[in-house]
Design a protein around this ligand. Structure first.
Ligand code: SAM
Length: 213
C-alpha cells in the first residue's frame, strides 16, 4: 500500500542508492551499526524465530539472520527501489519462500501484520517524524525483542543532520532526518513492557536491544 511517506522516501532511497548499498554489502558485509544489531540478536541464543524488519533497506538483517537465527522474515519498507533490490538478493540467496515483502509506511499496515519474535529497525526512526507511532506499533508486534539503531544525541550529530535538512529544504525535497529524544524512546518501550538489555555506541549511531519483560 504505497503512501505519502513512500513517495517522500522513494526520492531519497532510490535505485542508485539501493544499488550502491547492495554492492557495498556484498563487498564488505554488514555496516558497523548493523553488526551491533546482529550481534545483540545472536546473543539472545534464539533459533527458528520469526523476524520483522521495518525499513530493512536492501535486507541485510534478514539476509544475515536467516543463516542461523530466523526461519522466516517480513520486510516492510517505504522505498520500492530498496525493496526490489532486497527481493533480488533474497532470490539469489535461495530464500524467496522465507521472506515476505511489503511496500508501505509501516505505521499504515502494522495493524494487519502478525506478531514476530524479533523486530528490528536499523537507522529507521531517524527517517520518520512520528517516532511514537513507529515504536508503539513495532513493540505491539514484538513477542520477544526489539533491536534498533538511531543517531546519538551529540552536538555534532545535530549539526550534521541540521545541515542535511538545510540542503533538503534548498532542494525542495520534503524528506527530513531526525534526532529523536532517546530518553522518550526508552520510556515508550519500557511502558510497552520491554527493558533495555544492552546498548552500544559508535561515533554516529547508538544500538539498543530491548527484551520483553
Ligand atoms: C537509512 S535507510 C536504512 C535501511 C537499512 N535498515 C539499513 O540500515 O541499511 C531507512 C529505510 O527505512 C525506510 N523507512 C523509513 N520510514 C519508514 C516507514 N515509516 N515505514 C517503512 N519503511 C520506512 C526507508 O524507505 C529506508 O529504506
Amino acid at each position: 500500500m504505497p503512501c505519502n511517506c513512500c513517495e517522500i522516501t522513494d526520492n531519497i532511497f532510490d535505485e542508485d542508492s539501493a544499488k550502491a548499498d547492495i554492492k557495498d554489502y556484498r563487498k564488505h558485509g554488514p555496516a558497523n551499526q548493523t553488526k551491533l544489531i546482529l550481534e545483540a540478536v545472536r546473543l539472545l541464543n534464539l533459533k527458528d524465530v520469526t523476524l520483522l524488519d521495518i525499513g530493512g533497506g536492501v535486507g541485510v538483517i534478514h539476509h544475515e539472520l536467516l543463516k542461523d537465527v530466523a526461519k522466516e522474515a517480513t520486510h516492510v519498507d517505504a522505498s520500492s527501489a530498496y525493496l526490489k533490490v532486497a527481493k533480488d538478493e533474497t532470490e539469489m540467496r535461495g530464500n524467496t519462500e522465507r521472506v515476505k515483502f511489503i511496500h508501505a509506511d509501516f505505521t499504515d499496515v502494522a495493524a494487519d501484520l502478525p506478531q514476530a519474535d524479533v523486530v528490528t529497525l536499523d537507522r529507521v526512526v531517524c527517517c520518520y517524524p512520528h517516532f511514537r507511532s513507529l515504536l508503539n506499533n513495532a513493540s505491539e508486534l514484538s513477542r520477544r525483542a526489539i533491536a534498533l539503531t538511531y543517531p546519538r544525541e551529540a552536538w555534532y550529530i545535530r549539526f550534521g543532520l541540521g545541515f542535511i535538512n538545510f540542503m533538503q529544504r534548498l532542494r525542495r525535497d520534503p524528506f527530513r532526518v531526525f534526532v529523536h529524544p532517546i530518553q522518550e524512546m526508552d520510556a515508550l518501550l519500557t511502558k510497552q513492557g520491554f527493558h533495555r538489555s544492552s546498548m552500544k555506541r559508535l561515533f554516529v549511531w547508538e544500538m539498543a536491544l530491548y527484551k520483553r519483560m
